[in-house]
Structures are given as structure tokens and as C-alpha cells.
Design a protein around this ligand. Structure first.
Ligand SMILES: [Zn+2]
Length: 340
């Protein structure tokens, strides 16, 4: 086995042998409605996949039993020969892989990493889903080769992950990367966290819908098209705004532009605080509004500190619908013997 180049930062680790590049890992995207699995090679090649509904109401023990059975049976021999398992979950996960809270699953204080490792007999890592996706984008996607990278995913909520100086950042409580809950406007819009004025409270899917409904209530004549598309004012969603904007509706276009302005303002702070070489943007809201990324990129480059802006590239996420399983499988490689 060839000797690995020492980074000089972690002599104990760098003295260990490298993980077997032939070993496969299983990535699991454990969501509120479905569980997706993939057996993945070191280079990101997907070897086998499987998925089934979550039915989270059955409780954590039933889900652990499902996971173990699917690893052994549904994924075939490549699943059985995998060296480690990575699980990504939307929610707060502590450093030991305990799901502190996951609203999508209705879980609190579930020691999933321990339960699954005991049941499956393999090393397991349980991670926040967007942290896992960040890691996947870094190793296999739009962040490949970068030492400094921030991923920001704008979906219903806003989350992300940070790679600094060539290392994924975890933080003191395993919460690093919650960029959605950085303050954009002191005393601003109420967030789902204890704070007010968070980035997510302006650009998250739920917040876009809320802002759109308020704009319609304030000016029903301008909001007519949004109401018609949604059926009724209370049903207006971020998707309604995207559709109306694509159709040229002035109010929807204004909502999209202000969303871009808020997101750019948040990303200027990210750029200046972390000095990343790349910011990778993804998530359902950005996928639904393809004009947003170039707009935001232009504004960030215009407002970030000069040296930061000159170096910075702002790119779309590259892993698409498989990001969850690929990212979790990539993180599982850290649990292989000799994994780094
Ligand atoms: Zn918040």
C-alpha cells in the first residue's frame, strides 16, 4: 500500500494506513416520507440502490430493523460486503450520532448510530443530511479539489456545511453549518428557531410563501395571478411564486428578486467570514428558480471584500437527486479502517 502524504496536522492519523480504495459503503438518505439507499464505490460510482416508504410513525426500532434488513437483503451481495454505513437525516444530530431532534421523523434523543451499528454489525456514521451532502459535493461534486468551500442549500429550510483548510467543520456541538440561522436583519421576521431575522426567515421556501401571502393580502389586485395559480391565497407556496415568476407576473418577479437580494446579503457574510474558494448552492428553491443563481452570484461578487470576491466561484450543486445517498456514503468512508 502506498504511503500517504502527511498533512503535518494530525500525525496519529496520517501514520495509519489509508482506507481500502476497493471498499464500498452504503449511503442512506433517511427522510420523513422515504428511505433511499445506495451502495457506492470510492469514486462515487453507484453500484446498487433501493428505496421504500419511511412510515416513521412506527418508531425508531422498526426503522432500524428496516435498515438492517434492506442492507442485507435488498441491496444484494454488494450491500452485504459494504464496509460501513452513512445515514443522513434532516435534524439536529450530536457528535455521537444521536438524533437530538428530527421534526420530519418525529424523533427526539434517538441513539441511531449506536442502534444501527449494533443491529447491522458495521461501523455507522449518522449525520445531518446537509452536512453529508456538503461532504459529498466536496469529495465527488462541485467542490472537488477545493480546500475551502461552503455549501448552502435553500429548500423549505436553509442549511449547509463548511469545509475550511481542507477539513469538514463540525463545531463544538456538531451544529456548524447552520447558515440559515445566521441573522440577516436584527429584530426582523420571526424564524422557526428562537431568533428573529434569520436568513431562512426570508429565503426558505416557507418564508417565501409567507412573504408572498402577505404581499397578496396587502395588494389583492397585484396578487390575483398568484391566488389563481394556487387556488386560494392561503395555498400560495414558493412553487406558486416560481411558476408565476416564470410566467412574467410582476409581483412574483419582485418576490423572486427580493429573495435573491436577501440570499446575496447572507452569502456576502458567508464569503467574508469563511473566505471560501467556492460557494456551492443547491436545494429545491434554487432548482425551481434557475435565474436566481447568476443573479445572486453577481451581487455577492459585487459586495464581498475585493480579495475574497476575486478568488470566489459560486457554483450549482452537482450531485442532484442522489446527493443524499452519495454524501452519506462518502461520509461513511471516514468509518472504514484507516478512513480519514
Ligand atoms: Zn432561525
Amino acid at each position: 500500500m502506498p504511503a500517504r502524504r502527511s498533512t503535518g496536522r494530525d500525525p496519529l492519523r496520517s501514520a495509519r494506513p489509508a482506507a481500502d480504495p476497493r471498499a464500498t459503503t452504503v449511503g442512506v438518505d433517511l427522510g420523513g416520507t422515504k428511505i433511499a439507499y445506495a451502495v457506492v464505490a470510492a469514486d462515487g460510482r453507484v453500484i446498487a440502490t433501493h428505496r421504500h416508504p419511511t412510515r416513521a410513525e412506527r418508531g425508531a426500532d422498526a426503522i432500524v430493523a428496516d435498515l438492517t434488513r434492506c442492507l442485507r437483503e435488498c441491496l444484494g451481495p454488494r450491500g452485504r460486503s459494504a464496509g460501513a454505513i452513512g445515514v443522513g437525516i434532516a435534524g439536529q444530530i450530536d457528535a455521537r450520532g444521536v438524533v437530538v431532534s428530527s421534526p420530519n421523523l418525529g424523533w427526539r434523543a434517538v441513539p441511531l448510530e449506536f442502534l444501527l451499528a449494533a443491529s447491522a454489525g458495521l461501523p455507522v456514521t449518522v449525520t445531518n443530511d446537509l452536512r453529508a451532502i456538503t461532504y459529498g459535493e466536496w469529495k465527488l461534486g462541485a467542490g472537488r479539489g477545493a480546500r475551502d468551500l461552503v455549501c448552502v442549500f435553500v429548500g423549505t429550510g436553509v442549511g449547509g456545511g463548511i469545509v475550511a483548510d481542507g477539513r469538514l467543520r463540525y463545531g463544538a456541538t456538531n451544529t456548524a453549518g447552520e447558515i440559515g440561522h445566521t441573522t440577516l436583519i436584527a429584530g426582523g421576521r420571526r424564524c422557526h428557531c428562537p431568533n428573529r431575522g434569520c436568513l431562512e426567515a426570508y429565503v426558505g421556501g416557507w418564508a417565501i410563501a409567507e412573504r408572498a401571502r402577505e404581499a397578496v393580502a396587502a395588494d389583492p389586485a397585484r396578487g390575483r395571478r398568484l391566488v389563481r395559480l394556487a387556488g386560494r391565497a392561503e395555498a400560495i407556496s414558493a412553487r406558486t411564486v416560481a411558476r408565476a415568476s416564470a410566467g412574467g407576473d410582476p409581483l412574483a418577479r419582485e418576490l423572486v428578486r427580493t429573495t435573491g437580494d436577501y440570499l446575496a446579503a447572507g452569502l456576502v457574510s458567508v464569503a467574508n467570514a469563511f473566505d471560501p474558494a467556492r460557494i456551492v448552492l443547491g436545494g429545491g428553491v434554487l432548482d425551481g428558480l434557475p435565474s436566481l443563481l447568476p443573479y445572486v452570484a453577481r451581487r455577492v461578487r459585487g459586495a464581498a471584500l475585493g480579495v475574497v470576491a476575486r478568488r470566489l466561484r459560486i457554483l450549482p450543486a452537482a450531485l442532484g437527486g442522489r446527493a443524499g445517498v452519495l454524501g452519506s456514503a462518502a461520509m461513511a468512508r471516514l468509518r472504514l479502517p484507516g478512513g480519514i
